[in-house]
Design a protein around this ligand. Structure first.
Ligand code: P53
Length: 477
């Protein structure tokens, strides 16, 4: 018996900068991902001042999908994918971001890719901006702290909406737009908005200003897209890692609520079309004096999204910190605590399938929009044995999450469009720049040092997911 509605979008997800490679092919410009070095579990990635000689930039070559796309798409078809989520590298279309005319070779690459997908009846699901904005816009304009970025982004969006209006139906505007607030560190603010703190600048204020321009740009894109093709489904994309209270102490409950508010305020703006009251109060209390015009507020109201795409990997536990300021935003280090009821991945991410059901209910109750799980998965070390990868740990992670997803649909009545596990073909980790933090059902022979044959191999999880899709989620064994 089929467990999910007819037409459920089973798929897989990646992002251009993490798997395409070809960083200088077809006239592509330098993106912010191209100036980030490889890090590790313990050592953060470095953001360099331009591309410097002698540094290891893992995104430059990644898994070279750019030159392998035909064979890879054939494998995706064999896996049985109904949809394929990727992003359009902004720098292939507008290499610097501020050109008058788009780059034809870049547009052509995605034409060919979408044609190849349609050949196998695989529906593309496209993110416009996934941590890969043009680096030139960072250097020349200061990234998203500059209102001009709204024009550059909407021009990029208009160009690709028009070009692919008959090839792509499902879109998302900004990937995990909320990371910059909920994680609030140098890296999340850079990858989301291209901001590096200027001397004497309040980075938190800059981040909120940048976020405002992004939500306005997103709302404009939604309106533009619907004019170009009324059948477009244009979604937002949030990261959801629920923050549980460590104990029933009411102060911990309040801390949990505040952490969720801080992490998900973008959903209020992008789904309801307005800023939540607590955040307006916060801006005032902090004297941020942001550039938010009345016209912007109208744009936000008129450009709410069609659906919520979100990523779910792990949950968190929080506790109130003694003498903490009455502050909604900061996820103070010591407020984030271990959850003794859960096990963690090798990268310390807590494995919590029930949290996915919780996240689905959380969005469904508040926003009443269709949902789309566009990322989920386990980053793990894989061992190649006699040409095989027995990744039962990955199968078990995915199985338990799919079970909870099916409960959310069949018991809780959540309106769910699809499920696209993250990095279903091994790729470069966004957080650490590693290759060996693998999410894939398809192994790619390349390691952290950048060495390997690039050969693709099916892991055990490939055969397992194939059955899951073929049975529409009924066969999870
Ligand atoms: P990696 C942080 C927290 C949750 C999800 O992450 C995150 C991040 C940023 O690192 O990113 C999303 O590769 C993101 C993908 C990313 C994936 O999760 O650090 O949308 O680009 O690769 C997994 O293990």
């Amino acid at each position: 018996m089929s467990k999910l509605p007819e037409g459920f979008l089973w798929g897989g997800a990646v992002a251009a900068h993490q798997f395409e490679g070809g960083w200088q092919q077809g006239g592509k410009g330098v993106s912010i991902a191209d100036v980030m070095t490889a890090g590790s579990n313990t050592e953060p990635r470095e953001i360099t001042d331009g591309v410097l000689p002698g540094k290891n930039y893992p995104n430059h070559e990644a898994i070279d999908f750019y030159d392998h796309y035909k064979d890879d798409v054939k494998l995706f078809h064999e896996l049985g994918l109904k949809c394929f989520r990727t992003s359009i590298a902004w720098t292939r279309i507008f290499p610097n971001g501020d050109e008058d005319e788009p780059n034809e070779a870049g547009l052509k690459f995605y034409d060919d890719l979408f044609d190849e997908l349609h050949k196998y009846n695989i529906e593309p699901v496209i993110t416009l901006s996934h941590f890969e904005m043009p680096y030139h816009l960072v250097k020349e304009y200061g990234g998203w702290r500059n209102r001009k970025l709204i024009d550059f982004f909407t021009k990029f969006a208009t160009t690709v909406f028009k070009r692919y209006k008959d090839k792509v139906k499902y879109w998302m505007t900004f990937n995990e737009i909320n990371n910059q607030t909920s994680m609030f560190n140098k890296w999340s603010v850079f990858t989301n908005s291209g901001l590096l703190a200027k001397p004497g600048e309040d980075l938190e204020r800059a981040m909120f200003q940048a976020s405002h321009y992004e939500v306005v740009a997103s709302a404009l894109a939604v309106q533009i897209g619907h004019k170009i093709n009324p059948d477009f489904k244009i979604g937002a994309m949030f990261s959801n890692g629920p923050a549980y209270p460590l104990s029933p102490d009411p102060r911990n409950m309040m801390k949990s609520e505040r952490t969720m508010q801080a992490a998900q305020w973008y959903a209020d703006v992008q789904c309801k079309g307005k800023y939540p009251n607590w955040l307006k109060q916060y801006f005032a209390r902090k004297h941020f004096d942001l550039d938010i015009t009345l016209e912007d507020l109208d744009v936000l109201k008129a450009g709410t999204v069609d659906y919520i795409g979100f990523s779910y990997y792990a949950s968190h536990a929080v506790q109130a910190v003694k003498d903490e300021a009455d502050d909604y935003m900061t996820r103070a280090k010591d407020s984030e605590v271990q959850n003794p009821t859960l096990k963690a991945s090798d990268w310390g991410w807590l494995i919590d399938p029930i949290g996915l059901r919780y996240a689905l209910n959380w969005y469904s109750d508040r926003y009443d929009k269709p949902l789309f799980i566009v990322e989920n998965g386990l980053g793990a070390f894989d061992k190649l044995e006699d040409g095989k990868i027995h990744d039962d740990y990955r199968i078990s992670y995915l199985r338990e999450h799919i079970k909870q997803m099916e409960l959310a649909v069949n018991v809780d009545g959540v309106d769910l469009m699809g499920y696209t596990p993250w990095g279903f073909i091994d790729l470069v980790s966004a957080g650490t720049g590693q290759m060996d933090k693998r999410y894939g059902m398809i192994y790619v022979d390349k390691n952290d040092a950048g060495k390997g044959t690039m050969k693709r191999m099916k892991k055990d999880s490939f055969n397992w997911y194939q059955k899951v899709i073929a049975s529409n989620g009924a066969d999870l064994d």
